[in-house]
Design a protein around this ligand. Structure first.
Ligand SMILES: [Zn+2]
Length: 90
């Protein structure tokens, strides 16, 4: 598994409207921060006692993937897309 842990039975399929990246996350929310471009927002001075700032939530939930097999399939296909494999799953 590339995006989520082995045995994950439910996760969200997200598309980032900033960088266009598609990815899975076990967190299910209408919008989450993109792990690829959202983190830049965290480069400000943040002390250990400070509260986390509101992240930029660029990634939009497209679909909730349910079932271990489905999660595994999406995970494999999306990671293949990144590593240059076949992208013929739609
Ligand atoms: Zn992004």
């Amino acid at each position: 598994m590339y995006y989520v842990e082995d045995g994950t039975k439910r996760c969200g399929l997200y598309t980032c409207k900033e960088c266009g990246m598609r990815f899975l996350d076990v967190k299910i929310a209408p919008r989450i921060s993109c792990p690829y471009c959202g983190e830049e927002a965290f480069d400000m001075e943040i002390g250990p006692d400070d509260e986390m700032p509101e992240p930029t939530e660029n990634a939009i939930l497209e679909e909730v993937i349910e079932g271990e097999e489905n999660v595994e399939r999406y995970d494999a296909l999306l990671s293949l897309a990144i590593t240059g494999g076949n992208y013929d799953w739609i």
